[in-house]
Design a protein around this ligand. Sequence first.
Ligand code: OGA
Ligand code: NI
Length: 197
Amino acid sequence: MHATEDLVNGLYANGFGISLSFFNDSMTDSFLKVLEEREHQMKEAGIGKDENFQKSKDIRSDKIVWIEPNEHRDMDSHFFPALNELILLLNRRCFLGINNSEFHFAKYVPGTYYKRHRDAFSNDDSRKISVVAYLNKNWKKGDGGELNLYTENETITVEPKAGTIVIFESHLEHEVLQSNTERFSITGWLRNEKLKM
Ligand code: OGA
Ligand code: NI
């Protein structure tokens, strides 16, 4: 898959990779349907991990629900296989040792955002790569909710349009600008978990 290779090449060269047509419309529609089925389970997201966990509405105000393989046919037929292929290539090309992953759906209602942050926790560095797949078919300029990635040299802006996927090193600072419409996505982290002995 060329899109997967492009993503990995981008990550290897620049610390981030973007594909504007990673999933087609029928796939993102099917993911969105699953999200709608799970919407009643969505909860306000928090920040930090374990003893550092807190709910902090002034930092982020999206709602999330976690998803796992073997829960939904449409995720198992298209989402997880594509991500597994990405993980294989990342491990082969970049020696990241990804051995675990976690994903959630996210919903931003109008007026919500996620202020500038890093995804790697200060008390747990197992999150290596952040992945965001967007599900917003009719997104247009002015709808807001762009992702800003702050790399060493420049700010990269990603429009949250259906089909687009972005991957980046989880230590990079980034921000979700205020969304003026409902904004849907699948966010995940590819992890290198050390063996506990
Ligand atoms: C996150 C995040 C980016 C996005 O959930 O940690 O930064 O574009 N999401 O939704
Ligand atoms: Ni983030």
